[in-house]
Design a protein around this ligand. Structure first.
Ligand SMILES: Nc1ncnc2c1ncn2[C@@H]1O[C@H](COP(=O)(O)OP(=O)(O)OP(=O)(O)O)[C@@H](O)[C@H]1O
Length: 196
């Protein structure tokens, strides 16, 4: 696992004309996880995108050491390709070894679906594919935005174990989830609405 660190200080986020939140601080070291909580529309996805470097904060700053894997509602798998080819596209970019590719798809229970076009996969199967891709990225910082959406009970348990193992191996995880999720030793960041 690469060395990693993720911190944010005094973050504020503005979307359109609205200030969603402000004064958000975060500091995570290897092995640590954080559960981001808050009602619909408070800005959890926006925060995850700021932490990933995809959205500029209105104020404040983010410091990252180590590469980032972001899992959100868009699996970024070509719907026209077979699952195996779509995952191979990313695995080639990420330099994932052949054996490791098979291990990732096996881990999420998709080994039998590699020939199936991505567009035919169910919601939960797509989420499992996104988890396989994230595992293959070997990034020390995992950002998971509603990772449990669409997953069955076994899929939820699998995700909890994946995150726990990732942190136990020295990774960092930030998880935004409305559903209860077992995250051992995770801190909670409760986003609060900005009131002028
Ligand atoms: N590109 C955008 N331009 C303007 N407003 C936006 C944009 N993207 C999101 N918003 C608004 O920002 C607010 C926060 O959205 P965000 O998706 O971050 O919330 P969330 O906490 O993840 O919500 P949920 O729990 O429903 O997933 C919402 O009111 C949303 O409409």
């Amino acid at each position: 696992m690469q060395a990693c660190h993720l911190s944010a200080s005094n973050l504020a986020c503005r979307r359109g004309e609205r200030l969603l939140f402000r004064g958000v601080d975060l500091a995570l070291e290897p092995g640590e996880a954080c559960h981001v909580a808050g009602p619909n529309g408070i800005g959890k996805t926006s925060l995850m995108r700021i932490l990933a470097g995809l959205l500029r904060p209105f104020s404040g700053e983010v410091n990252r050491t180590g590469s980032v894997a972001l899992l959100d509602e868009r699996p970024a798998l070509d719907p026209q390709l077979s699952l195996g080819s779509a995952l191979a596209f990313w695995a080639d970019l990420d330099g994932v070894a052949t054996q490791e590719r098979a291990a990732c798809t096996g881990h999420v229970g998709l080994s039998d679906l590699l020939e199936v076009p991505v567009r035919f996969l169910s919601t939960g199967q797509r989420k499992r594919a996104a988890l396989a891709r994230m595992k293959g990225q070997q990034a020390p910082i995992w950002l998971l935005d509603e990772p449990l959406n669409g997953l069955d009970t076994a899929g939820v348990a699998l995700t909890e174990i994946m995150v726990a193992n990732h942190c136990a191996a020295g990774g960092i995880a930030v998880v935004a989830s409305h559903q209860p999720m077992a995250l051992p030793m995770a801190s909670t960041l409760q986003l609060a609405e900005f009131v002028p």
